[in-house]
Design a binder for this molecule. Structure first.
Ligand code: UD1
Length: 440
């Protein structure tokens, strides 16, 4: 079924325990990194989501051998052997289905000194340039990286040799930080990234690269130092970190339904920006070594608050739409300041159909509290916006349809099963006609 919706009959408090899968954004960078290994590796805790399926297919098209094994707990283990990769061109149409295919530029440059890439895709929330990636590769000696001279949507780079460099990122960019780490791991000499991004998945990709034999220090701080090495022997097993955004989405789903949910298999410090906002709003957030429990006295009010998205350890932009749903249910007026992406409010008209009262002023959303959401037929305008619609539908008394659910499945492993195990009434249904069937 190409186009389908989620049918949700909401109004039931979510209760119980849910396990979080491996991080989508970490595994996508790590799969690209695995293409650089001079040996083999095994990846555990890989989320079984469509973005991973697409990335695996792209890697196989390059010549990598990837065996998929279903793990008993539901996730996937991948056995990867990239030794027979025989091309430097990642130009098949699947490349433009996902954003993270851009990591193959850094990986193929590191592997062979050459790379061609079809322009990557991803969620549509404004311009998503990769000028910082290309500027950095130029500083490392790559030629042909001129963003203005794209040949039919293909970027071609050639570095002979690829050399380490001191790179200052004008903007804190997750993608550029990871791409530079990949290229620098095998470049000649040393690279320093200044003003690097610090997201948990940056650290995970760096740890994976170091397990391969790379020499990277400082990941998780704003200065990362990489000493290039000629060979990355590999032959190891690595487990992907939990998904911070999936965890946050279940925390919010619990909160908007006045539920009581314990979210397991997470790193609680990754959740601090959300946990502290939820506490401010009146929720009880308890934490253990690898879990967080969300609950609230239903008689207590939900307090309004202000949130501003920012690079880690700031509030994650990928939790912005879900958080706006939560803020809708607070008393009084809340403010969301989306400071990372220029156009990440495209879902607001959909939320308005469910009763939200929100005014947008450039990157600021003023959210006036409402008593409850109404059920409606809405569409998932992108992955996280779709997750926000799921949260709103879970809170609404009555039956909603979220069209374009395929976009949600890009990043949420077994969302229907997980929500059902918490007591939600959710099922897959046919498209209700709101969704234009195109890739995001
Ligand atoms: C990654 C995540 C995405 C998340 C985002 C911010 C993946 C696959 N995607 O996207 O889910 O929303 O981080 O946490 O990991 N910028 C430039 N030039 C560039 C690169 C970025 O101007 O070359 C700007 C962007 O327009 C944006 C900001 O920098 O305003 C941050 O983007 P970046 O961190 O690079 O996001 P992605 O890596 O694309």
């Amino acid at each position: 079924m190409d186009s389908y919706s989620y049918k949700i009959t909401g109004g039931k408090p979510l209760k119980g325990d849910v396990n979080i899968s491996g991080s989508k954004n970490a595994v996508l960078g790590i799969l690209a990194a695995a293409m650089m290994i001079d040996g083999t590796c095994t990846l555990e805790n890989v989320p079984d989501i469509s973005d991973v399926h697409v990335m695996v297919k792209i890697c196989e098209t390059l010549g990598a051998k990837i065996e998929t094994e279903l793990a008993p707990e539901g996730s996937v283990t991948l056995h990867i052997d990239p030794r027979e990769i025989n091309t430097t061109e990642a130009t098949e149409p699947d490349v433009s289905k996902i954003r993270a295919s851009y990591y193959l530029l850094g990986a193929l440059l590191a592997r062979s000194g050459k790379a061609s890439l079809r322009m990557p895709g991803g969620c549509d929330f404004g311009q998503r340039p990769i000028d910082l990636h290309l500027k950095a590769f130029r500083q490392m000696g790559a030629k042909g990286a001129d963003y203005r001279n794209l040949n039919g949507g293909i970027i071609s780079l050639n570095a002979n040799p690829l050399r380490g460099a001191k790179i200052f990122l004008d903007i804190v960019s997750v993608g550029a930080t990871i791409n530079i780490m990949l290229a620098a791991a095998k470049a000649q000499g040393n690279t320093t990234i200044i003003n690097a991004a610090k997201e948990p998945h940056i650290v995970d990709v760096a740890n994976f690269l170091n397990s391969m034999g790379a020499k990277i220090k400082g990941a998780g701080t704003d200065t990362i130092k990489i000493q290039g090495v000629p060979v990355l022997p590999g032959n190891f097993t690595y487990s992907i970190i939990p998904d911070q955004i999936e965890a946050g989405t279940y925390m919010i789903a619990a909160a908007v339904t006045n539920g009581d949910v314990t979210v397991h298999n997470i790193i609680p410090t990754h959740m601090d920006p959300l946990s502290s906002k939820m506490r401010e709003m009146g929720y009880t957030i308890e934490e253990g070594d690898d879990w967080v429990r969300v609950s609230k006295d239903p008689e207590e009010a939900i307090w309004s608050t202000n949130v501003k998205t920012a690079p880690y350890p700031g509030f994650p932009t990928d939790l912005q739409p879900q958080t706006v749903v939560l803020l809708c249910l607070a008393s009084g007026q809340s403010k969301m300041d989306e400071d990372v992406w220029e156009n990440r409010y495209q879902y607001i008209p959909e939320l308005t159909r469910m009763g939200a009262n929100i005014s947008i002023f450039d990157h600021i959303a003023l959210i006036n509290g409402i008593e409850h959401f109404y059920p409606a037929q809405v569409k998932a305008t992108d992955l996280r916006a779709g997750a926000a619609m799921v949260c709103a539908a879970l809170a609404a008394d009555g039956t909603s349809y979220i069209d374009g659910a395929r976009r949600i499945d890009r990043g949420y492993e077994k969302i229907v099963d997980k929500l059902r195990s918490l007591g939600a009434d959710i099922e897959v249904a046919g498209s209700v006609g709101f969704y234009e069937d195109r890739e995001a």
